[in-house]
Design a protein around this ligand. Structure first.
Ligand code: PMP
Length: 361
């Protein structure tokens, strides 16, 4: 395992950061003026709202929550996460969303010029975080069944191998066999992004006991409904997690977010489970409705569905005309154009299906 490069901000790093800033501005994700939609099914957040104990924790916060600094490394949040996932707090690191955790992990274990292997297609920020930290990203095309391609990861043998299960945007989990083969074949760190774990039929937590070079990243932005507060975390071997925390830096989870996160993880688990269950039911119902209008949704183990279409830009425009936002993708490898539709309360999905049905006709 490589040492972290904390403190290394020489001229080469500054050039890398300039390149990264330009990249970030040029991509479609950086869209500060994106028009709000009446029904927003574009970002896979919890469309049922904020869990009640979290909401109370924010409303009841003392003024000193705002005037004082928060806990440096969010110790109470770590403890609450540790209880939730069944590990000890020294195996947990928190961050400003799992974005921050992924970025910090790449920075902790990669030097400029090192490599990050990632499935293609997958979470769009990975090659950007790699570039922002001066690393070279290596896309590994998915297999024909949309699984992680073990051979691709083995021949890349990257400094950091990133897996995403369930994968965004395809929606399905990778197979356990593929994940374990990648883990046991590569020599660097393996990051498994489980942002959608709560919606999935299985997860990789049990692998942590056997593989100290594996880190699992998760978030309170999806099932827990706290995307705006930006709380993410990783679970892994204490030595690995400590390196991520060093490269992350202090105060990354603000005080209101810490309060809400602890409340949600402690008192809102039933609320979360009920809405996860409803999301899974609605997801399967949405898939059936899409088939009924002649579309071919891809199997999903998450709270969104990817559905291939002939011209994603045009379908997106028609939905937008009706005040509905989904996430369009153009020319995804092996898939082509597609729409990613977040699952929410049925009345929202119904309106989306109506418009899609009229476009399909
Ligand atoms: N990983 C995946 C796979 C995602 O889809 C997202 C958000 N869309 C993230 C990480 C980042 O989420 P956050 O920073 O809100 O935790």
């Amino acid at each position: 395992m490589k040492p972290s490069r904390s403190g290394d901000f020489g001229p080469a790093s500054r050039v890398a950061l300039d390149v990264a800033r330009d990249t970030y501005r040029s991509i479609s994700l950086y869209a500060p003026n994106r028009a709000p939609a009446a029904i927003d099914l574009s970002d896979n957040t919890n469309l049922w709202g904020v869990p009640p104990a979290a909401l109370r924790a924010i409303a009841d916060a003392a003024l000193s929550t705002v005037t004082r600094y928060p806990a440096l490394y969010a110790a109470d949040v770590k403890q609450a996460i540790a209880d939730y996932v069944g590990f000890t707090p020294d195996m947990v690191v928190t961050g400003c969303g799992s974005d921050d955790i992924l970025d910090s992990t790449i920075r902790a274990f990669g030097e400029a010029g090192d490599t990050v292997a990632y499935p293609d297609p997958s979470f769009a920020m990975i090659p950007i975080f790699a570039q922002m930290n001066g690393l070279v990203s290596i896309p590994i095309p998915l297999t024909s069944s949309n699984d992680a391609d073990v051979n691709g990861y083995v021949s890349a043998n990257a400094t950091i191998s990133y897996l995403c299960s369930p994968n965004n945007p395809t929606g399905a989990s990778f197979t356990r066999a593929a994940i374990e083969q990648v883990i046991s074949s590569v020599s660097g760190i393996v990051v498994i992004d489980e942002a959608y774990a709560e919606f999935a039929s299985w997860n990789c937590l049990d692998l942590l006991a056997r593989y100290p070079h594996v880190v699992i990243t998760r978030t309170l932005s999806k099932a827990f409904g706290l995307a705006g507060l930006r709380v993410g975390y990783a679970i892994g071997d204490p030595a690995v997690v400590a390196e991520i925390e060093k490269s992350r830096g202090p105060y990354k989870v603000n005080a209101l977010a810490q309060r809400a996160a602890v409340a949600a993880l402690t008192y809102d688990r039933t609320w979360v489970e009920e809405h996860v269950q409803e999301a899974v039911t609605n997801r399967d119902r949405l898939a059936r409705a899409l088939v009924a209008i002649g579309l071919a949704p891809m199997p999903s183990d998450s709270n969104f569905i990817l559905v291939p279409v002939n011209d994603a830009t045009e379908w997106d425009r028609r939905l937008r005309d009706h005040g509905i936002a989904v996430r369009p993708f153009n020319s995804l490898p092996n898939i082509g154009d597609a729409l990613r539709i977040s699952v929410g309360p049925w009345h929202m999905l119904e309106q989306c299906i109506d418009v899609l049905g009229s476009v399909a006709r």
